[in-house]
Write a protein that binds this ligand. Structure first.
Ligand code: FE2
Ligand code: FE2
Length: 289
């Protein structure tokens, strides 16, 4: 079965109706969890705007790509919706997921607008290269997203939050696999695409959602999830996964970003030491969904 057919077969909104909300309330959420959950919900809710930006481009009018984007956007919408519901059930006062999403977008900074513009230009001038970048970038961001959900699953004492995040993480793994396999096909035997993606990662990598927060805000939110040295472990894990793509051996954009944000962080989140940057081994293979 092709990647896209596999995706169509299993795509669905994340199921939350059977979750035990009484149990969720009994365990409650820590202040840190509430902050993280708001951040996750905000980022998930922004997917529709990325979708709108890319869907208007001629290059996205490929039937397989449009099919994937539609399901991806649908699933991400319900991630935000489900996280918002959990917070509400636990007594956190919030606007609806859609209201939050509109509000967050309104605050989208000049950076996000410039990104949209640069994306449009790139898609016009070098459409196939742009699609390679879109897939590569998607893999990079979904990989971080998976790590973020898994971090909460490991740390939370709330079994309902853990179960919800296990369900969401399962979908994130599938998103990652799709982007990764698409990126692999588009980077294989194409030095130009490889160089271009490496260049963009080197100069512009920042975790998803950075365009709608200030640099310091998004750095702190990511570092609260992965405090101190943990951020470097996670970033180097992502780089090792990405190094399995053609031409991506030794990618160090994520570690560089983590090193760059250290001075912006509150003292309790900073790493005691910054690791030496660079060096991952290449290998082949497809990502499993
Ligand atoms: Fe998601
Ligand atoms: Fe995702």
């Amino acid at each position: 079965m092709s990647d896209i057919a596999q995706h169509v077969a299993v795509s669905d909104r994340v199921d939350i109706e059977d979750l035990d909300w009484d149990l969720a309330r009994k365990h409650g959420l820590t202040d840190q969890e509430v902050e993280s959950l708001k951040f996750f919900a905000d980022i998930e809710s922004q997917t529709v705007y990325y979708f709108l930006e890319v869907a208007k481009l001629q290059v996205a009018r490929d039937p397989d790509l449009l099919t994937f984007l539609t399901m991806w956007n649908y699933e991400e919408y319900f991630h935000s919706h489900a996280i918002t519901r959990l917070m509400e059930e636990c007594g956190v006062k919030l606007e609806s997921a859609t209201e939050r999403s509109t509000q967050v977008r309104k605050n989208a900074r000049l950076k996000a607008k410039l990104e949209d513009f640069a994306q449009t230009m790139m898609a016009k001038v070098v459409p196939q290269r742009f699609v390679a970048l879109w897939m590569f970038w998607g893999a990079l961001q979904e990989c971080l997203t998976m790590q973020a959900y898994e971090e909460v699953i490991r740390s939370t004492k709330n079994p309902v939050l853990a179960e919800l995040f296990r369900r969401i993480a399962k979908q994130e793994r599938r998103h990652f696999a799709y982007y990764f396999n698409q990126a692999r096909d588009r980077l294989a035997d194409n030095k130009g695409n490889q160089t271009f993606c490496r260049f963009i990662a080197k100069h512009f990598y920042a975790p998803v959602g950075s365009g709608v927060k200030t640099d310091a805000q998004s750095a702190e939110l990511v570092a609260r999830l992965f405090p101190n040295e943990r951020i470097f472990e996670v970033m180097s894990y992502i780089e090792r996964r990405m190094a399995q793509l053609p031409g991506m051996a030794g990618l160090d954009a994520c570690t560089r970003w983590a090193a760059k944000i250290q001075p912006m962080l509150p003292a309790d989140l900073r790493a005691a030491s910054v690791p030496q940057i660079g060096g991952s081994k290449p290998s082949g293979g497809r990502a499993a969904a």
